[in-house]
Design a protein around this ligand. Sequence first.
Ligand code: ZN
Length: 150
Amino acid sequence: MHYTLKSNQGDLLDSSEGKTPLAYIQGGGNIIPGLEKQLEGKKVGDKVSAVVEPAEGYGERHDGLVHVVSKNGFQGEEELVEGMQVQVETNNGVSIAQVTKIQGEDVTLDLNHPLAGMTLHFDVEITAVREATKDELEHGHVHGPGGHQH
Ligand code: ZN
């Protein structure tokens, strides 16, 4: 599928324009549930406008995932700037966090998904539909253009 993703405010968040169409396995949990549900049974050439609430998208934002840490913990790494993404060790392994604020020695890290808490507006065009192969079903993802290359 080709897709365009916009926020409630109409800001462009993501798009497949100019890229290979995204390939996924319907029912495989490859894409967010709210979108997958609205694409069920669609055919080649179908155009779908789907609105997805946070609960069926990337979840709600959690204030508990925002942490203020000391700059000292980042010594030896590249210089921190607001807006950059960093890898951090959490109790659940390595996560991606966004540096949302730097004030003196205090660095605010936000571990929420960047699209958490947002109502998402998708415009989707189905460009191809085919049966998944046995290998793809075993791996849980599509192989070839728009999918995994291996
Ligand atoms: Zn695979």
